[in-house]
Design a protein around this ligand. Structure first.
Ligand SMILES: [Zn+2]
Length: 390
């Protein structure tokens, strides 16, 4: 008899019977169910879904569990977000965005009946600290203007052997950063055949795919124009360097040395060597028909001025600029290779360039990025204070 009762209990329907409630309660129940779906606006729900997907990706990428997430995992995620920069050195995630991402993670946990790891004291303190840190201005590389670039290049010993070899190369690197507004990785990645001599414009540089444009979908040709004088002439620098690259290919050490010495000792700033102003050009298009790197490492050997086949690194260009600044008697603190690109924007703006012109030269797709540079370096640009007639 007892066994039969147990069996009956087991066979009982698992769905609880409809409670006997009166109509009013039934109606309240319906209202409460419909309200549940409306506690989050559609926009917030989308933001939370995005936040959750991003967090899951982070966890997958780092072999961490996303649900439930340990507070330490969330702290790592916050630390990771806080260090992400876009290509112009601007933080990718604002503190507001980070808070929203955390809200999405918290909501997903609470919805699953789990403890909210983002409410952990360690996470809350971290975000608070980050907000404080971000409230102070980020330190941006200061711009190098045209006079600075000319001064740095003039301080190099171009007409000595073998020091003139790296000086010739570094002048090209500086003009690529300043006139071409190239990032250091872009300058380091150039090959000879990315350069094209142009009778009217000077030199065209096809930048190619880059961190900012991995698919190479944006217009990517920058111009190194003829300078008004040889001292500020990027094409002259290119011609001098490519000639050295040719001479350095000589197998015989003596011939090589003699050729390079001759070239370096004839360095002069009285005349262009790029074909401008009726001058004779040192190189022709045929000298650029090679996929070898443009900016290459040089041997530091007093007796021989050989040039490596491998390209310089972006980091090396950065270090080079700083030491060249010291040689020119300048303080390199707060400067970097990016100072050349920032300097291009600043100099061009001061000379009256429009946002559209700057976007084109810097290969930016958003005017907002140019605004960032203006706010930092050109407080007088497009500022009505300049129209007060003071
Ligand atoms: Zn020239």
């Amino acid at each position: 008899m007892a066994a039969q009762v147990r069996l009956a209990a087991l066979n009982a329907p698992t769905v609880p019977p409809e409670p006997e409630v009166d109509d009013e309660l039934r109606e309240l129940e319906e209202i409460s169910r419909s309200l549940e779906g409306h506690t989050l606006s559609a926009a917030t729900r989308r933001a939370y879904a995005t936040a959750w997907r991003a967090f899951e990706d982070f966890c997958t990428g780092h072999g961490l569990e996303a649900l439930p997430a340990h507070p330490e995992t969330v702290r790592w995620y916050v630390a990771w977000m806080s260090t992400q920069l876009d290509d112009d050195g601007v933080p990718r995630f604002s503190v507001a965005t980070i808070r929203q991402r955390l809200a999405g993670i918290g909501e997903r946990h609470l919805r699953g009946g789990l403890l909210d790891p983002t409410a952990h004291r360690g996470v809350v303190d971290l975000v608070r600290g980050l907000a404080k840190l971000r409230a102070t201005r980020p330190r941006r590389k200061r711009p190098l203007l045209l006079d600075d670039v000319v001064r740095i290049i003039a301080a190099m010993e171009h007409d000595t052997y073998p020091g003139g070899v790296s000086a010739t190369r570094d002048a090209v690197a500086l003009w690529l950063g300043f006139a071409g507004a190239l990032r250091r990785s872009e300058a380091a990645a150039l090959t000879l055949d990315r350069l094209e001599l142009h009778v009217v414009d000077g030199v065209h540089v096809h930048v190619g795919a880059s961190k900012a444009d991995p698919e190479n979908a944006l217009p990517d040709v920058v111009v190194l124009p003829f300078g008004s004088s040889p001292a500020s002439c990027p094409p002259c620098a290119v011609h001098r360097w490519v000639v050295l690259l040719g001479l350095a290919r000589q197998d015989d050490a003596r011939t090589r040395r003699r050729g390079i010495m001759q070239q370096l000792f004839s360095y002069g700033l009285e005349e262009h060597v790029c074909g401008a102003a009726g001058s004779t050009a040192l190189i022709s298009s045929a000298d650029l028909a090679s996929d070898a790197p443009l900016l290459r490492a040089t041997y530091r050997n007093r007796k021989d001025a050989r040039i490596h086949a491998r390209a310089v690194t972006g980091d090396a260009l950065h270090t080079m600029l700083l030491s060249r600044m010291v040689e020119a008697g300048m303080n390199p603190a707060a400067y970097g290779f990016h100072s050349l690109r920032a300097g291009h924007v600043t100099q061009a703006r001061r000379n009256g360039a429009s946002t559209e012109e700057i976007m084109r030269a810097g290969r930016w797709s958003r005017a907002a990025t140019v605004d960032v540079y203006d706010r930092e370096f050109n407080p007088a640009a497009r500022n009505s204070v300049m129209r007060l007639g003071l």
